[in-house]
Design a protein around this ligand. Structure first.
Ligand code: PLP
Length: 337
């Protein structure tokens, strides 16, 4: 059996999801008449507690539209140095929005409010004006870590006092919701805009949603068009998203439980790993690329994210048997090293 732990993006739509897609009513969304896309956007707005929402082809596009719509060229955008919009989106903040990214340290992927606020310089013609703070929850590069709600509240209210907007990159925000037992709106209320991915733990094949104020989403729709993200009969994809939001949120606890089982098994074999708060682990292994090849030979696919680090991500296509298979492949690796 193949156990693919490279990412939660590798899931394939389930049969019921495919059936929902086949039943979808569609229109031309660029002309504004796809009822399934409209239903998804209304659902996302309601879940996030924001006025409106926009369906985008990817999380990258949602983040970059948000940056573009909250800033002017020459502005400064603050974020964790390892944050996705800065580190993994192909230089887009500079290319698309003409902004400077101020990279902040974020131990464990969590920005410390004192660090953020003390890095903001006073208004002065020499400085790029800071106008936007980006927060990633859960934080991918730190191992799916979850922001404490109090930290989000301090960041959100402090940013508002200083005149900064807050965009929450919530690619995996539903993992945070499930880990903390809260609704999306309890997290999103601390940000001006929030994006989330349908195509990660929620299991849809494509798509993300950007949520925010009504007039701002109207501008975001225009920027999506400019970037080539206007999609026509995208209701087929929206139907997968509606299915995902209706059926696949609560079950994320299973992914978290399996990540924990991986952690317990790996640490009992002597491996060192980040302790999972949600569905991601980074495991220390010497010569990660060679190790990943050895694991793949046993049907267990992982990603070497550093010279000596492997990433494992649980998702709805990895069951308990898959987790045990992964542990026995790591067991064979431990015997060899
Ligand atoms: C935290 C985070 N934000 C944004 C994205 C971008 O999503 P997409 O791959 O849909 O562009 C990812 C993808 O892995 C991510 O992990």
């Amino acid at each position: 059996m193949i156990v693919d732990l490279r990412s939660d993006t590798v899931t394939r739509p389930s049969h019921p999801m495919l059936e929902a897609m086949m039943r979808a009513e569609v229109g031309d969304d660029v002309l504004g008449d796809d009822p399934s896309v409209q239903q998804l956007e209304a659902m996302a707005a309601q879940l996030s507690g924001k006025d409106a929402a926009l369906f985008t082809p990817s999380g990258t596009m949602a983040n970059q539209i948000a940056i573009r719509c909250w800033t002017q060229p020459g502005d400064e955008v603050l974020m964790d140095a390892g944050a996705h919009p800065f580190s993994y989106e192909a230089g887009a903040p500079g290319a698309i929005s003409g902004v400077l990214v101020r990279q902040l340290p974020a131990p464990g992927g969590i920005l410390d409010p004192d660090t953020v606020f003390s890095s903001i310089r006073p208004a002065n013609d020499h400085f790029a004006p800071p106008t936007l703070l980006c927060i990633e929850n859960t934080c991918n590069h730190a191992g799916g870590t979850v922001y404490p709600l109090e930290t989000l509240e301090t960041l959100g209210s402090g940013a508002a006092e200083l005149g900064l907007r807050v965009h929450l990159d919530g690619a995996r925000v539903f993992n945070a919701c499930v880990a903390q037992g809260v609704d999306l709106r309890d997290i999103a209320c601390h940000a001006d805009s929030v994006s989330f991915c349908l195509s990660k733990g929620l299991g849809a094949p494509v798509g993300s949603v950007l949520c925010g104020p009504k007039e701002w989403i109207r501008r975001a729709r225009r920027v999506r068009k400019m970037l080539g993200g206007g999609m026509r009969q995208s209701g087929y994809l929206a139907a997968a998203g509606i299915y995902a939001l209706s059926h696949n949120i609560a079950r994320l606890v299973d992914d978290h439980r399996r990540a924990r089982r991986l952690y317990d098994g790996l640490t009992s074999m002597g491996f060192t790993s980040t302790e999972p708060q949600t569905n991601i682990l980074y495991v220390d292994v010497p010569s990660a690329r060679v190790a990943a090849e050895g694991l793949a030979a046993r049907g267990v696919h992982t990603i070497a994210t550093g010279k000596d680090v492997i990433r494992l991500v649980t998702h709805l296509d990895v069951d308990d048997a898959g987790v045990e298979q992964a542990l026995s492949a790591f067991g064979a690796l431990a015997e060899r090293t």
